[in-house]
Design a protein around this ligand. Structure first.
Ligand code: SF4
Ligand code: MG
Length: 325
C-alpha cells in the first residue's frame, strides 16, 4: 500500500549554553539520524526511555519543530520546503495527539470550541455554519455525548480529555496520527479504553499511527512494526512479531524482560535483565555504541566502533549491535 510518511536521516541538535557571557559548551543530540517509513493503515510503535528523543521526533514529524537536518515527507510532499499556508495545508494530513491533552487544551474554551478550532484555522475545509455540528459529531465518534461539548477541560476526567484531544486531531481528516504517549498519564483501566478507541478509529478513518510509548507492553497489541530508540537513535526495528519474539539488540531484550508478563503461567520463567543506572546524557553521548556503558554483553570494540543498523534474520528486521543474534 501507499507510503504516507517517510523520514530520512532526521537530526535535531540543540546547542547547550553556559556561563556569562553564554558560550556553547556542547551539543544535545536529541534525535540523531532517524529514518522511518509508514504505510497507509499501518501502526508503528516507537519505544524508549524518557529522554531518548521520542517527543522531539514526534514534534518534527508534525512540523511543530524544525529539524537540524534530514527530511520528513508526508503523502509525497516534503514538509521542510513549505511555509505559511502551504505548510498548514500539508500538516493537516499528519496530526499530533499529546500525552496530556490538559496542557494542550485551552482552559477557557469549551470542549466543542476546542474541537471546532481546527476548522476555524483552516476555513476552506468546512463552511462556518457546519462547524459546530461537525465538532459535535466528532465528540460522538470518540465516545463522548453531545452534552460534553459545553463543558470545560477541567470538568472532564483524564480519559475524557484524551478523547477530546483525539477528536481535535481528527477534525481535519488526517491520514496519520502521531500519538506521543497518549495513555501514559492515564489509569491502567482507562488506558485500554483509549487503545481500543484508537484501534477502532484506525479502521473507521483509514488512519496510520506512529504510537510512541516508554514501554513495549503498551504498543504490542496495536503495532504492526516497532522501532526501539536509545539516545536519539533507532537501535532496532522490525515487524512486531520479530521484535517481541526474537529481539536482537541487548537494549530491546532488557526492555522486554522488564515488561510485565500478562500470563501468570509464564511468570518467573523469564529472567529479568536489570540495566545499570539511567541512560547517559544525550549531551556528548558515549563513543562507539552509545549503549556500551550499560550493556552486559559489551566487548572492547563496542566503545570504539558505532554499530550500524544491519539485518538480523531477514531484511525487514534490523538492529544496531556488533553482536546481533
Ligand atoms: Fe552491547 Fe556492543 Fe551490541 Fe552495543 S554493540 S549493544 S555495547 S554488544
Ligand atoms: Mg516524552
Amino acid at each position: 500500500s501507499e507510503t504516507v510518511l517517510e523520514v530520512r536521516d532526521l537530526v535535531k541538535h540543540f546547542p547547550v549554553r553556559q556561563g556569562v557571557p553564554r558560550r556553547t559548551v556542547g551539543v544535545l543530540k536529541a534525535v540523531d539520524g532517524v529514518s522511518l517509513e509508514l504505510r497507509a493503515g499501518e501502526t508503528l510503535g516507537v519505544v524508549g526511555e524518557s529522554g531518548c528523543g521520542k517527543s522531539t521526533l514526534a514534534r518534527m514529524l508534525t512540523a511543530h519543530e524544525r529539524p537540524t537536518s534530514g527530511e520528513v515527507t508526508v503523502l509525497g510532499r516534503s514538509l521542510l520546503d513549505l511555509r505559511g499556508r502551504e505548510l498548514r495545508r500539508a500538516r493537516r494530513h499528519i496530526q499530533l495527539v499529546f500525552q496530556d491533552p490538559y496542557t494542550s487544551l485551552d482552559p477557557r474554551m469549551t470542549v466543542a470550541e476546542a474541537v471546532r478550532e481546527p476548522y476555524d484555522v483552516n476555513p476552506d475545509l468546512a463552511p462556518r455554519r457546519d462547524r459546530d455540528r461537525l465538532a459535535r459529531d466528532l465528540l460522538e465518534v470518540v465516545g463522548l455525548s453531545p452534552g460534553h461539548g459545553d463543558r470545560y477541560p477541567h470538568q472532564l476526567s483524564g480519559g475524557q480529555r484524551q478523547r477530546v484531544g483525539i477528536a481535535r486531531a481528527l477534525a481535519l481528516r488526517p491520514r496519520v496520527l502521531v500519538c506521543d504517549e497518549p495513555v501514559s498519564a492515564l489509569d491502567v483501566s482507562v488506558q485500554a479504553q483509549i487503545v481500543n478507541l484508537l484501534e477502532r478509529l484506525r479502521e473507521e478513518f483509514g488512519l496510520a499511527y506512529v504510537f510512541i510509548a516508554h514501554d513495549l507492553g503498551v504498543v504490542q497489541h496495536l503495532a504492526d512494526r516497532v522501532a526501539v530508540m536509545y539516545l536519539g537513535k533507532v537501535v532496532e526495528t522490525g515487524p512486531e512479531a520479530d521484535v517481541y519474539g526474537s529481539a536482537a539488540h541487548p537494549y530491546t531484550q532488557a526492555l522486554l524482560s522488564a515488561a510485565p508478563v500478562p500470563d501468570p503461567a509464564l511468570r518467573g520463567t523469564r529472567q529479568e535483565i536489570v540495566l545499570d543506572g539511567e541512560p547517559p546524557s544525550p549531551v556528548d553521548p558515549p563513543a562507539g555504541c552509545s549503549f556500551h556503558p550499560r550493556c552486559w554483553k559489551a566487548v572492547a570494540s563496542c566503545a570504539e566502533r558505532p554499530p550500524a543498523l544491519e539485518p538480523v534474520a531477514h531484511p525487514r528486521h534490523v538492529a544496531a549491535c556488533h553482536l546481533r543474534t
